[in-house]
Structure formats: structure tokens, C-alpha cells
Design a protein around this ligand. Structure first.
Ligand SMILES: [Zn+2]
Length: 154
């Protein structure tokens, strides 16, 4: 009973529907009731307004992230299999046939013009125009050392 009494506004004996029943009185992003603000108000905050517009500006973002992650995971699987088989050096065409997509990596470091070091999560490899060399696994300890070394330089 109390809820109904609060929701309905009686004015001169005429029952008015509660303001919150109107869709425009809820934040379009998070659904928070906007209360008795301006009639054209659509969002509870600037953050919600930005989130709402960004989601519409980049509608495929989540799908893109998922797609790239799948490719990277598949690349990592290929590298991991090669290392387990004791293969650390392979020509790029063979690797491509195994489903590896060299244009996707998680980091890249140019040592010299012909010496490019890439990583795919916890695997590292060097790319030459024709071969993939020095494929190896980076242990978490090594990873931490690299991170530390990278931070010291800054
Ligand atoms: Zn909101």
C-alpha cells in the first residue's frame, strides 16, 4: 500500500501515473531513475552519457577483442606444440600452414633491421623474412625479469 501511495501523485483528485513510469525518466545507460530533473535529461551522469555514446560508436568492440584473442591463443598453441616437439626454427610458410598468423603478436621488439623479436603471451620468437627462429617458452620468472628490466629503463 505504501509503495502505491508513494508512486501515484494525486492532484485535484486526478490520479497521475508515477513519473518513473515514463521511460525518459530513467538513465538510458544504467537505468537509474532520474527523479524530478529537466524533462530532456537522459543520463544520470556524464560517465553514463559517455558510456552510452561510446558503446554505439564502437559497436563491434567486444567481438573484435574476442576474435583477436582467439587468433593469439591459436598462435600460442602452435608455438607450444613446436617447442614440445623440440622445434625451435621453422620456415614461415610451414608455420602458416599450421595455422600460425605472424601478423598477430602480443609484443614486438626491433633489435636490428633483420632481427625482430616477437612474443605471443609466454612464447618468444624471431621473425626473418623467410623463417621463424629461436621459438622458446618464457618462464614466469623470466617474464618478471623482463618486466623489471623494462620498468627500470623508464
Ligand atoms: Zn546512469
Amino acid at each position: 500500500m505504501l509503495g502505491i501511495a508513494r508512486g501515484f501523485v494525486h492532484f485535484c483528485g486526478m490520479p497521475y501515473f508515477p513519473l518513473y513510469d515514463n521511460a525518459s525518466f530513467y538513465c538510458l545507460e544504467c537505468g537509474t531513475p532520474l527523479g524530478y530533473g529537466r524533462h530532456d535529461r537522459k543520463f544520470c551522469s556524464a560517465a553514463c552519457k559517455n558510456r552510452y555514446h561510446n558503446a554505439r560508436r564502437y559497436p563491434g568492440l567486444d567481438k573484435t577483442v574476442a576474435r583477436v584473442l582467439r587468433i593469439l591463443e591459436s598462435n600460442r598453441e602452435v608455438l607450444s606444440k613446436l617447442v614440445r616437439m623440440g622445434i625451435h626454427d621453422i620456415d614461415r610458410l610451414t608455420l602458416q600452414h599450421l595455422g600460425f598468423r605472424a601478423e598477430y603478436s602480443t609484443s614486438f621488439r626491433l633489435v636490428s633491421r633483420r632481427h625482430q623479436v616477437y612474443t605471443c603471451f609466454d612464447y618468444t620468437y624471431e621473425l626473418t623474412p623467410s623463417r621463424v627462429r629461436h621459438i622458446s617458452w618464457i618462464s614466469p620468472e623470466e617474464e618478471a625479469q623482463r618486466e623489471g628490466a623494462g620498468k627500470k629503463k623508464k
